[in-house]
Design a binder for this molecule. Sequence first.
Ligand code: ATP
Ligand code: MG
Length: 304
Amino acid sequence: MTIEVQGVRRAFGDVLAVDSISLTAAPGEVTALIGPNGSGKTTLLLMLATLLVPDQGAIRIDGLDPVTQPTEVRARIGWMPDGFGTWDALTVREVLHTVAAAYRIPPDRARARTQELLATVHLEDLGDRRARVLSRGQKQRLGLARALINDPSVLLLDEPASGLDPRSRIELRDVLRALAAQGKTVLVSSHILTELQEVADRAVIVARGRSLQTQRLDDDFVSTGTASWRIDSLDLSRLTDWLADHHVPARRVGGGLTEVEVSGEENAARLLADVVRDGIRVTTFAPSQGALETAYLAATEDRR
Ligand SMILES: Nc1ncnc2c1ncn2[C@@H]1O[C@H](COP(=O)(O)OP(=O)(O)OP(=O)(O)O)[C@@H](O)[C@H]1O
Ligand SMILES: [Mg+2]
């Protein structure tokens, strides 16, 4: 179920929230929507989720138009908003049962599905707890379970990782990969580029309401796109002199590390070999910025 967005625009009064966004998200893939605050990501996702009507342009989800066929679209999508109210008086389990009932899922099936999803998002122990008392991260996980209740083929997730602790983030990543492996179309907005690089197949960069660039995040991109590396040595002053002598752009950063600008893994490997060959004892050598971060910063440079 492909998501196709063509030239979509949406204004709120005189604020042009989405100016012109076009993108395609394919089944079996995780597509990331990245862009600065206020660049129109949430507005776009709301339009995809049938909750807001575009002023211009076309959206198709599995060929269906959210404007004219909202019921059909809603049956196919799972939507996780970036912050959402839960029904405070209900328990976690009751929240999921209520959402299931809204999708007309029979009670038996709803109970089984709820149990399954509580396990997926690791909220089994909190099933009988009132949703109101959940922590922020636990609420996020309930939001994900809620988005999955109707077994949607298209998932629209707005900042799903926000508020999650490191373990929950890794688990979220695994859940998203597993959903894509089942052939679902996953579109996820986020600011955490290093994590997105590991989970997403494709990234759509937006700024000021416009889609700027779509980047495939394959091995080639990662190995050629990384542009800066961090290096630490037991012989710091010798390292500094060596870099200066060899005209390698470098600057000191925190933790005794030096950041060097070298494009691509090939050149980085060569630099490391040369430094070591000249007897400088290197203790750390690692990418300091992911390739996606580099692409994002370059694309949005003049658009803050
Ligand atoms: N209902 C609204 N009324 C007026 N302006 C709005 C409304 N919703 C969004 N905007 C404006 O539209 C722009 C895009 O907002 P949007 O929430 O889509 O950005 P975003 O990319 O999701 O940002 P963030 O990364 O902070 O979540 C912003 O300038 C915002 O102030
Ligand atoms: Mg947003």
